[in-house]
Design a protein around this ligand. Structure first.
Ligand code: BGP
Length: 474
């Protein structure tokens, strides 16, 4: 079995990391707008530092990002030139419902995305739409506490109904929440949650995740009612956890690490909370408030496909001393001594992608979709703005090789592959422009200098051939 003829090759972006235009077209303010670049970013994204208004001391990269809101025609034309079959993008919730709890959507926002989808269709590019990629209108954060409130279900359902009806003829593939397990690591960025002094944080986070899971199930239900052709997926920040050694305690630590990641997509894919998850919450002193009808809703509305991001594998040990020495934030893990790392310390492990694909397919037996993969690196353009990014080509080539083996040799059912940040954009974890993933260089620097000009890199022409040959020419 080789890659399917209609294998969906493409690239991925997220509204808040590329659009800019944060106050244009009637758009409301969102949590992601308020993530500053620099030192405070981590404290804000984890809900430990409240930042509900812009201040003069900080820089907020999402305000302008790469101004795709203005440049989308040119950008999508370049995606088409590379031969994209699919473009994964996200909707900025606050363009559609600026405050989030209105009854009537903002027509300007709706027609903006309609133009985007029309253009994709013109180029025969299938849109793959993430309904929420880390964004939540600030009004919902301030009024209701973001996803800690069950009221969010109503607002999210309204958003989904609006999208599914309006874009019925353009969009078939939907993802309900980007990296749903990110709520455990960056609760403000992922779910609009800010913690109050002394509260039981795990209780808040797991309850909020329960609301997201219900919202996701509601989305599946609605999507099918509105158009039975709709395909809805969950989305995991993936990366297999390896035991640091073959000591059984380390193997167990790795298993526990993986289970924490799988917990939510287990619910989305299988329709119920796994026993280990219920026990985990019990041990953490979490009491989920489950209302009547919740469990049936989850059971009856599982997802059609499992999508995930893959950048690296992880390493787990039971040794408290080793664990205490772990550096880094969001997804910190022990360093694997057998693997090289990117400039940002993300370990590079192409075989880990094959392992992850196999594990996920064995676990769920549903079609998979790799919706993020790529190398964040510093690019140095020549005097014409051209970047020879062989390091990026090498990274992608090795990962695509392993992906193909998973399909051809292991029989994994894979719908497609979209590289992350197919055009340079703002980094989610660091807020930097300097951490570039794109096939397309954007002349924009962290200090906001630059012309915003788009220039194809060497990898642009390489990926074009990869797509053209359906992965044969790497
Ligand atoms: C994922 C997110 C993306 C993206 C990517 C790369 O977690 O879904 O939004 O940004 O990681 O991460 P970074 O931008 O931090 O390099």
């Amino acid at each position: 079995m080789s890659l399917k003829e209609n294998f969906l090759w493409g690239g991925a972006t997220a509204a808040n990391q590329c659009e800019g235009g944060y106050a244009s077209g009637g758009r409301g303010l969102a949590n992601v707008d308020l993530l500053p670049a620099g030192e405070d970013r981590y404290a804000v994204m984890t809900g430990r530092k409240k930042m509900f208004v812009f201040d003069k001391e900080h820089d907020y990269p999402a305000q302008r990002a790469i101004e795709m809101y203005q440049h989308y025609k040119e950008d999508i034309r370049m995606f088409a030139e590379m031969g994209f079959k699919v473009y994964r993008m996200s909707i900025a919730w606050s363009r559609i419902f600026p405050k989030g709890d209105e009854e009537t959507p903002n027509e300007e926002g709706l027609s903006y995305y309609e133009d985007v989808f029309r253009l994709c269709r013109k180029y025969k590019i299938e849109p793959l739409v993430t309904i929420t990629h880390f964004d939540c209108p600030m009004h919902l954060v301030e009024m209701y506490g973001g996803w800690r409130s069950r009221r969010m279900l109503t607002f999210y359902e309204r958003l989904c109904r609006t999208l599914f009806c309006r874009y019925r003829e353009y969009v078939r593939y939907w993802i309900t929440f980007n990296e749903i397990n990110m709520i455990l690591h960056a609760p403000f960025m992922a779910a609009g949650i800010c913690f109050e002094e002394g509260e039981h944080e795990k209780q808040v986070v797991y309850q909020a995740a329960h609301h997201e899971l219900l919202a996701s199930a509601l989305a599946v239900k609605l999507a099918k009612e509105i158009n039975p052709e709709n395909q809805v997926g969950c989305m995991l920040a993936a990366g297999q956890a390896y035991p640091y050694s073959c000591k059984p305690e380390d193997v167990w630590a790795a298993m526990e690490m993986d289970r924490k990641s799988y917990l939510f997509i287990d619910v989305q894919a299988r329709g119920s909370y796994p026993e280990y998850g219920l026990k985990l919450m019990e041990r953490e002193g979490v009491k989920l408030q489950i209302e009547s009808g919740d469990l049936e809703l989850l059971r009856d509305n599982t997802v059609d496909f499992i999508s995930f991001s893959y950048y690296n594998s992880m390493c787990a040990s039971a040794d408290p001393e080793l664990n205490a020495a772990i550096k880094g934030n969001i997804f910190a893990s022990l360093e694997n001594p057998y693997l090289p790392a990117s400039e940002w310390g993300w370990q590079i492990d192409p075989l880990g992608l094959r392992i992850t694909l196999n594990v996920l397919y064995d676990r769920y037996r549903k079609p998979l979709f790799i919706v993020e993969n790529g190398l964040g690196a510093t690019d140095t353009p020549d005097e014409n703005g051209y970047v020879e990014d062989d390091y990026r080509i090498d990274y992608l080539r090795e990962h695509i090789r392993e992906m193909k083996k998973a399909v051809e040799e292991d029989g994994v059912d894979l719908l497609g592959y979209t590289t992350w940040g197919c055009i340079d954009l703002v980094s989610a974890s660091s807020g930097e422009m300097r951490k570039r993933y794109g096939f397309i260089y954007v002349d924009k620097n962290d200090d906001h200098t630059g012309t915003m000009k788009r220039i194809p890199k060497k990898s642009f022409y390489w990926y074009q051939k990869v797509i053209e040959s359906n992965g044969e020419l790497l």
